[in-house]
Design a protein around this ligand. Structure first.
Ligand SMILES: Cc1ncc(COP(=O)(O)O)c(C=O)c1O
Length: 1011
């Protein structure tokens, strides 16, 4: 009988919702594996020497409502002020139809990266819209499907310039009027590669012979709009390339970079409807000229055709990427910012070119009005053309900012006598009035005789947010400068009666943009809603069925976890807001850092990297800095097993390391002898080993502790790729195993959804000796208490534009850990292993399991063999496509072993769903057998023609030897609920040969597929 206490305990416990199977089903699965309990299974699978002796020390699990209430209280410690800080981040009005139907919609946010194009046409179309929008606005020919943020996009552009000069040029010039955080990220990226970054004034810079490229900001960080045409001509004459960091909203009014000589444009799409979120996540962008397309970084969506000849989209030019090119890849980006790119593109679809121009004109009009009023009241502001940003000099910045904060407003602190003000689409006339009232006459008189240091300092704009002056006491307001400016005592005249100047030549935009029908058809909300739903319906997501992608961990993204993402207390904070307004975020970070440190067994955590790949890079930089601090900066060899994910060697190359591959043995383990030999051979220069654990082969290698010891013995550090952390949490940990640093993919193990290909969060955790070298950030307010992970003297530079990366989605992982508790998290690991072993055991009679560990068990994923079927004419790709007819997304195909499928069911799938999936694969096995037996034609069978579209099945003509019913409804489940692939099998080669990466020219685009 239960005690009274039990009777009153909350009932909305979460772990039982997160774990797919109930105890009875778990018992049934354990029986198949001959295991009495989850504990014995874990004991059998995980090598004893690495098992943790104690449970994780985390707060006890909270129920769903209690955890939400706790987070609400934390969020309430954030103060939402009107933000006029700018510097690349602006408040925005997310159209409600986009917020509800994209950002808050699991149909969009639980989809995976669109590798299986036939069931991803919706988000591929949205990304093609994004690319088209970027090309149109920048005036360049090709754009990718999102970068991680503006700073890293600028760093990637620098690398592109470097590649275009075939790596010979050593200098990259950056205008001092770029955003400070961009300069910070570019500097970090350049340092390990020996590229010299010269920061200065573009008006006086003379291109050197070894110049790779230049970066300027447009409009610049102080708000000025410069004409770069002459400067760019000089740069081109020196054989270098020109990069413009441009504001997308401004480009609706301004001459696009492609029209004044830019070779590359980069920036952020944040202000197109994506909340600031204290710095992220947002989509960055990169566009360039057609001639550079094979050198460009990141994912690229291209138009191709399907087997029926209909237009079909897919990821293009994949051979540039790290999956194929490894350390020679154009970048290490894997997870990007798809969901946010979709939102930004939809914002443009919703508003259309005219709507965007009106928004921009309104922002500019308000800015001009404010400039004029400030100037009339005696303040010193920009004198040339501006868009949305003003720099006010000759003021007591501390007083102005303090007065602003008291009135619920944040301005940008530039230096003691200079503030910045940026307006955005949320700005009202009342805001302008309130801003103006901060610059009263008394305040001006007090400072106007003091020397204006900022005016003489060309780098002032690049110094960034250096904290608020301690002199906050004197608040300056006396007379209404507004009245001075308007010559009236009331606002009734309104600013709209003022004559506002048009942009002068050559700045005004003359060219049309967003002329494609998609940007001119869906401005009514019904039309928009139906367009969004039409695209959503083309994509298979976790709303339909399990997505068992090995290495990707597509677990439940619980609704409760997702709720805070759109709370304004998280969404509307500027990343450089004063620390006293961001106490809630600070608490969230400290909690999460402490919990992740406990889970990984490490001493300190940095939340800054905004994808797994960026975590790898950041982790390697900490190793690099540590070696340097010991006078061993020559250590540059990074050992990487051949089974590693492509991002590992790509990140190592970015960090300035030389990659040396290590062999794997027949069991899928790292070949210890080969590792030892390589470590010995390179002992003098050994920097690190990158190792994934459990391995990408899906096994717990028994020798992992020995591997770490070998590396340490030879002076190296062990980097653990934490993508497979879902098999470690609560049972073992990278720190306990003996690694020195690891990254975590919060978008795998810690419940952040994949968003159709991003956002991700890739924090790194490090042992104590590496803590001083964690990334810092030029914009990190010194008041933020983060003693473990921010020690500015020794640490590496910024690896993301925002100090805390994709801050707003950290609440998802916070809730996941808070609601699971130590017990729930450990159970999740055990059940993930149970599910993988259950699937392996059920399917093994049909498809051999390639690698197994102790006791014939796998870890949390298993690799199934399909290579023997090739001789019968059945490729693993045929199986992947046929699974779509059964309503499933294929498991990971041909990674890490060609001709295999890697299945990771995760703990969140029920036995019922696992059985359905296994039944589908067993049924497909029967089909394969028919081909092998010769009962079905090798070329004309349901596997070869999969996936089958509704159009193909309903066509008047049906020429196949098998029935339409078998094609479309191969099992009972599909008859009850059918997901129709939108297009037939996509021709990848055709698309790469005839590369089209924007909407233009797709005549049949948007039409229903023909058979
Ligand atoms: C083993 C492994 N390492 C690293 C990564 C890179 O992570 P991200 O895609 O977040 O950059 C992945 C991604 O799938 C992975 O599977």
């Amino acid at each position: 009988m239960s005690s009274n206490c039990d009777r009153f305990a909350p009932l909305d416990t979460f772990a039982r919702r997160h774990l797919g199977s109930d105890p009875a089903d778990i018992a049934a699965m354990l029986r198949l594996l001959d295991q009495p309990s989850l504990e014995t299974l874990a004991d059998a699978a995980v090598p004893a020497p690495i098992r943790l002796a104690r449970p994780l020390n985390l707060p006890a699990a909270a129920g769903e409502s209690a955890a939400l209430a706790e987070l609400r209280a934390i969020a309430a410690q954030n103060q939402v002020c009107r933000s006029f800080i700018g510097q690349g981040y602006y408040d925005t009005l997310t159209p409600a139809v986009i917020q509800r139907n994209v950002l808050e919609n699991p149909g969009w946010y639980t989809a995976y990266t669109p590798y299986q194009a036939e069931i991803s046409q919706g988000r591929l179309e949205a990304l093609l819209n994004f690319q088209t929008m970027i090309c149109d606005l920048t005036g360049l020919e090709i754009a990718n499907a999102s970068m991680l943020d503006e700073g890293t996009a600028a760093a990637e552009a620098m690398m592109l310039c470097h590649r275009l000069k075939e790596g010979t040029a050593q200098v990259f010039f950056v205008s001092a009027a770029c955003h400070p955080q961009t300069i910070d990220v570019v500097r970090t990226r350049a340092q390990p590669l020996g590229i010299e970054v010269v920061v200065g004034d573009h008006n006086t810079y003379e291109p050197a012979a070894n110049l790779a490229g230049v970066l300027v900001q447009y409009p610049d960080t102080r708000g000025d709009i410069c004409d770069f045409a002459g400067f760019f001509a000089k740069v081109h004459a020196a054989g270098a390339h020109c990069v413009v960091a441009a504001d997308l909203l401004a480009l609706t009014l301004l001459r696009p970079p492609g029209e004044f000589g830019a070779d590359v444009a980069v920036g952020s799409a944040q202000r197109f409807g994506v909340p600031m979120g204290f710095g992220g996540p947002h989509a960055g962008y990169l566009a360039t000229r057609d001639a550079c397309k094979r050198q460009m970084p990141g994912r690229l969506v291209g138009v191709s055709k399907d087997v029926h000849g209909n237009p079909a989209l897919r990821l293009a030019l994949g051979t540039r990427e790290q999956h194929i090119r490894r350390e020679k890849a154009t970048s290490n980006i894997c997870t990007a910012q798809v969901l946010l790119a979709v939102m930004a593109a939809m914002y443009a679809v919703y508003h259309g070119p005219e709507g965007l121009r009106r928004i921009a004109q309104r922002v500019r009009s308000l800015t001009q009005l404010l400039a004029r009023a400030l100037a009339a009241s005696g303040a010193r502001v920009n004198t040339g053309p501006v868009f949305d940003t003003l720099t006010v000099t000759g003021v007591d910045a501390g007083s102005v900012l303090a007065a602003a904060a008291a009135a619920g407003m944040n301005l940008r602190f530039i230096d003691a006598r200079t503030v910045g003000i940026s307006l955005d689409e949320t700005t009202t006339l009342d805001d302008v009035h309130a801003l103006l009232s901060l610059f009263g006459r008394r305040e001006r008189q007090r400072v106007e005789n003091q020397p204006n240091e900022a005016a003489n300092d060309p780098l002032a704009g690049a110094r960034g947010h250096e904290g608020i002056s301690p002199d906050r006491a004197s608040i300056a307001t006396s007379t209404s400068a507004w009245n001075l400016a308007l010559g009236t005592s009331s606002l009734e005249l309104g600013p709209w009666n003022l004559e506002l100047e048009n942009l002068p030549a050559p700045h005004a935009r003359q060219s049309a943009f967003l002329t494609h029908p998609v940007f001119n058809s869906f401005h009514a909300e019904h039309e928009m809603l139906r367009y969004l739903k039409r695209l959503e319906a083309r994509d298979l997501s976790l709303c339909h069925s399990m997505i068992s992608l090995g290495s990707c961990t597509m677990k439940l993204n619980a609704t409760t976890e997702m709720l805070p993402v759109t709370w304004p207390e998280f969404g509307r904070l500027h990343p450089f807001a004063p620390a006293e307004q961001t106490r809630g975020y600070q608490k969230l970070f400290l909690d999460l850092e402490a919990w992740l440190a406990e889970i990984t067994g490490f001493a300190a955590v940095s939340l800054q990297p905004n994808a797994g790949s960026q975590g790898e890079y950041a982790g390697l930089l900490t190793i690099r800095a540590w070696h340097a601090s010991r006078g061993e900066s020559h250590r540059n060899i990074c050992l990487i097993p051949t089974s590693a994910h492509g991002t590992n060697p790509a990140s190592a190359a970015m960090g300035g390391f030389k990659v040396v591959p290590v062999a794997c043995d027949a069991q899928g383990n790292i070949d210890v002898a080969d590792l030892r030999a390589k470590a010995e051979a390179h002992a003098a220069n050994l920097a690190a080993l990158m190792v994934t654990y459990p391995s990408t082969h899906g096994v717990f290698e028994a020798a992992i502790k020995d591997l770490c010891a070998i590396i340490h013995q030879h002076g190296g550090q062990v980097y653990m790729d934490g993508a497979n952390m879902n098999a470690q949490v609560g049972l073992t940990s990278p720190g306990f195993i003996g690694a020195d640093v690891c990254h975590l993919n919060l978008h795998k193990t810690f419940a952040i959804p994949h968003g159709g290909g991003g956002p991700g969060v890739g924090p790194i955790a490090v042992a104590a000796h590496l803590a001083p070298f964690l990334p810092r950030h030029v914009g990190l307010a010194p008041e933020i208490p983060n003693p473990k992970s921010q020690t500015p003297k020794e640490s590496t530079g910024a690896v993301s534009s925002a100090p805390h990366g994709s801050a707003s989605i950290l609440a998802i992982s916070w809730l996941y850990i808070r609601m699971m508790g130590a017990e729930g998290l450990t159970a999740a690991t055990q059940v993930a292993m149970l599910n993988a072993n259950y699937v392996a055991r059920r399917l093994e009679p049909y498809f051999p399991v390639v690698y197994k560990g102790a006791g014939g068990l796998v870890a949390h994923e298993c690799i199934l063999e399909f290579r023997p079927w090739k001789k019968h004419g059945v490729e693993v790709e045929d199986v992947a496509k046929r699974l779509m007819d059964y309503g499933y997304h294929a498991p990971t195909m041909s990674f890490p072993v060609p001709g295999t499928l890697m299945i990771e069911p995760t703990e969140s799938e029920s036995k019922r769903e696992l059985d359905r999936f296994c039944d589908a694969l067993i049924s497909i096995h029967g089909e394969m057998q028919r081909v092998a037996d010769g009962r079905w034609d090798k070329a004309d069978n349901p596997l070869k023609h999969a996936p089958h579209t509704a159009g193909a099945v309903c066509a008047d003509a049906w020429t196949h030897a098998y029935s339409r019913e078998l094609a479309a409804f191969p099992d009972a489940r599909t008859r009850a609920s059918k997901f129709w692939p939108a297009v037939g099998r996509v021709d990848n080669v055709y698309g790469d040969r005839n590369l089209v990466c924007s909407c233009a020219g797709m005549d049949a685009y948007g039409e229903p597929a023909k058979p």
